[in-house]
Design a protein around this ligand. Structure first.
Ligand code: NDP
Length: 282
């Protein structure tokens, strides 16, 4: 068994990205990323700060807009419109979750698709699901990071892959990205009758359920590559959706929590921002 070191892989990719940012900056303009946060949710604040820090380290120009929890929706849309029209901004990210009075779908659709570095806009998800390869297409960051980790450790073509979770942010795009690389993919969810029977078939097992230690070693196929996307706080401790100790006895490769998928997500956000800058030009 080997532990997949997401931190190390993310650091390697960031070194490459830094060189790309230097090149683009030399051509006349650094990539620009604007992050909008509404309210003071502490987890969101941590994520936003991490994104800002990584962007700064790479030389990406980043602005963070923190708005009051009770901001009228129209004000948020005005800010997004301004950023849509700002030629120094390549990527716009609205940190989720949003307060109840704001419709997240409408917010996502307000961001220009060519600045949608989160890959959540229906045009981008539509292009992903239609398999459109021409033109610009952003894929969501966590699924992109998951694919990097899998590709570096196992052959995807022809493998049986099982994804637990069907959210628009993780499960569904991972399903499509694995399918595009010729895996035979099963997607499981809360109505799946016999989860263990399904997960045991996975040469590749991606778990994104948001349920602490949902998958244990008995549910993992011998020699599988296991990607644990879950981030759960249990008695102050950060735990994944996979019971690491029992699963590592069966897996050939497994990601830890923390230090697996998390660092990859932010790295892919930077990669998408650079892609947007290349598209927009200097
Ligand atoms: P959602 O809550 O949106 O989706 C969870 C999915 O898991 C749903 O499809 C749900 O099924 C399914 N599910 C829940 N419980 C079970 C169960 N007991 N058996 C089978 N399926 C189940 O979560 P997200 O996809 O947004 O996130 C998943 C996890 O990944 C969370 O812990 C989140 O914090 C983490 N995450 C980590 C990131 C990172 O960068 N490391 C980034 C994004 C998320 P149904 O559809 O039927 O309700």
């Amino acid at each position: 068994m080997a532990v997949i070191d997401g931190k190390k892989i993310a650091a390697e990719i960031r070194t490459e990205l830094k060189a790309e940012v230097e090149e683009l900056t030399g051509e006349g303009r650094a990539p620009g990323l604007s992050v909008i946060m509404v309210g003071q949710d502490s987890a969101s604040r941590t994520y936003v700060n991490m994104k800002k820090k990584v962007a700064k380290n790479l030389g990406i120009k980043s602005d963070v807009y923190v708005m009051e929890e009770d901001i009228p929706e129209a004000e948020l849309f005005d800010l997004i419109d301004n950023l849509n029209n700002d030629k120094t901004v390549d990527g716009i990210l609205v940190q989720l979750p949003l307060p109840d009075h704001i419709n997240p779908d409408q917010v996502i659709e307000t961001v220009e698709p060519d600045k949608d570095v989160d890959g959540f806009h229906p045009l981008n998800s539509g292009r992903l699901f239609n398999g459109q390869k021409e033109g610009l297409r952003f894929e969501p960051c966590t699924p992109l990071g998951i694919m990097e980790l899998i590709e570096r450790h196992t052959e995807i073509d022809g493998a049986r892959a099982v994804v637990v979770g069907r959210s628009n942010i993780v499960g569904k795009p991972v399903f499509k990205l694995l399918l595009d690389q010729n895996a035979t993919v099963t997607i499981c969810h809360s109505h799946t009758k016999d989860l263990e029977a399904e997960t045991l078939k996975g040469d590749i097992l991606v778990v994104a359920a948001g349920y602490p230690r949902l998958v244990n070693g008995d549910m993992v196929k011998e020699g599988a590559t296991v990607i644990d996307v879950g981030v759960n706080r249990v008695n102050g401790e950060l735990v994944g959706d996979v019971d690491f100790e029992s699963a590592k006895k069966k897996a050939a490769y497994i990601t830890p929590v923390p230090g697996g998928v998390g660092p990859m997500t932010i790295t892919m956000l930077m990669k998408n921002t650079i892609k947007a800058r290349r598209y927009h030009g200097a």
